[in-house]
Structures are given as structure tokens and as C-alpha cells.
Write a new protein. Sequence first.
Length: 346
Amino acid sequence: MIYTTLPHTDIEVSKICLGTMTWGNQNTEEEGHGQMDYAVDEGINFFDTAELYPIPAHPDRYADTERIIGSWFQKNRNRDKIVLASKIAGKAEMSKFIRTTGFTPESIRDAVEGSLERLQTDYIDLYQLHWPERSTNYFGKRGYEYDVSDHWKDNIHEVLQTLRDLIREGKIRHVGISNETPWGTMRFLMESKVHASLPRTITIQNPYNLLNRLFEIGLSEIAIREKVGLLAYSPLGFGTLTGKYLGGMRPATSRVVLFPQYSRYSGETASKAIDKYHKLAKAHGLSTTQMALAFVNTRPFVTSTIIGATSMEQLKQNIGSIDITLSDEVLKGIEEIHDAIPNPAP
């Protein structure tokens, strides 16, 4: 395993982060425990979860993923060996069964306390805002469109004050954002620069893969110059970059079949790009999975790549990507495809 550090800290994390959003829905508690056991044996020490998980969000399964992680900690007594990240759900239709009050001080405290109890821990190493309160472009929306009905008032200072207080109480250690834009990222950074007592945003968890490299437009420069580490999620584009959907294939247990609402990476143009990436990988003796993950792993602004799997076979291949080195010829081929079909799945 390769290790890096969370920016502005001395916390060492594995370059591969174990994603957990299928546990409690597509995966049982036993399977979740098995994945954590295997990941740790392979050198992974970084887990990412959220109160919203498992996905798709549903009241009957609310926060079951955190409970599965908590029972694993309780069984193994190894909390101190893991760098743990979780998130507060944003304000949206899909999360209204959790709360509808956004990121008020009371909401953040309620979310943190609930996660701590379910995770059976006294602290969370990295606490993230799952998506912005304001109306902006995330979750597959390519461009920003002003919404006249968005009455969001800038409360970022207040949000950071609440998170600062929770850090002082020892309940969280550091702060991150997720599904953010360049404006939002700089807004959080500005507050901590102007007000020294407020916590600095050290990570951003956004989608990044061969089909969606929009992070490179604006955010990558911020990440490098301000030292905000990208925790890249969906590095395989909801599994489409494994190539398992090529030729119209639709495996019965695949996410796109089980949850057709997650069609973000399944459009016609994206499929054309996937076919080209598949042929490139095959020509160089690689699987599309290996090539796609290795590409993300080696970007200079990526602190850790969040991988997820519903089977041990998938998990092993995903983790094994850390040992793949892409040749200059492969990297050139990737750029040629990207130039021809740029960002087909925002």
C-alpha cells in the first residue's frame, strides 16, 4: 500500500480509502465486516462513511452502514488503527426523513452525536458536509444556474464555528467538504484565513474519474495551491468503467439495474468513451478497472481514492490497482480519448 497524509495534518492515510455505502443494502453486516478485515490486511487504514448510507437512502435503512462499522470496531477493538471519515447529510428531498434544518448548529450537533453513537467511537477523524445547502451544480449537474427560489443565506462562518466547538470537545478532529464548487471551496478557506480560530477545510470529496474530470477545471488548482486533498469518489463511474455494461450487458445484481435512477454514467456519449477506454486498456494488457483506478490514484491533487465493492472479487481488484503503473503510451491514449470525448458524464 502507498500512504499519504491528510493535508495540514500529520495523519497518515492509505492512498486507497474503503468506501462503505453499499453496506446495509447490497451488502450484509457480515460482508461489510469481511471487507474491512480484508482491506486492513492489505494495508488500508482509511474508511469513509456517512449518516445517509446505505445508498439509496431510505428511512428503514437510515445509518445502517455506520452501525455495521461500529459493530466491527466493537468486535475488533481496533478503532485507533483506523482513520475514520463520516458526513452530515445536506438538505434535500432524499434526506428529508433525517432532518430538514440544514447545517444549523443544532443539526450538526445532532448528526455528530448520532454518528458517534452508531460508530461506537468517541471521535471522528474527518467530518464532512455531504453536499452544499445552497442551490448549485452537484450530483451530475454540469453547469451552475441561478435559482431565484434559493433563499440560502451565507452561514459558512456559523457552520465552521460549530465544527470548531466540536473539535475543541474532541468529538471530531478535522473538517472536509463534499460535492463542492470552486466558489464554495474558496469561501470555506477564506473564513479560516480571516478568522484564525476557525478550522481549515483540509479535504474535498468530489467525483473524479475518466468520464468526469471536471475537478480539473478550477478545483484542481485550488487543491494544489491551497493544499486541499481530493478524496475522489466514483473512480469507476458507478461501475461503468469496469466494462461490465459494454455491448448492452446488464448484470442482474449491478447497481444500474437495481437502481436505474443512478444513470449518471450510462448515457450514450459516456458509453462511447467507455468503449474506447476499454479497447485502450486491452491493447496494453490491462483491465479497464485497473487503468481507470490507476489513473485516479496518480493524479497530483488526489489524496486518496475511495473504492467500493459489493463482492470480494471486486474489492481485491480495486485495491490491487495501487500496484499498477501506467505507461506514457497509455497516459497519452487516455488524453487522446479525453480530448475527443471530454467529460461525457458530469
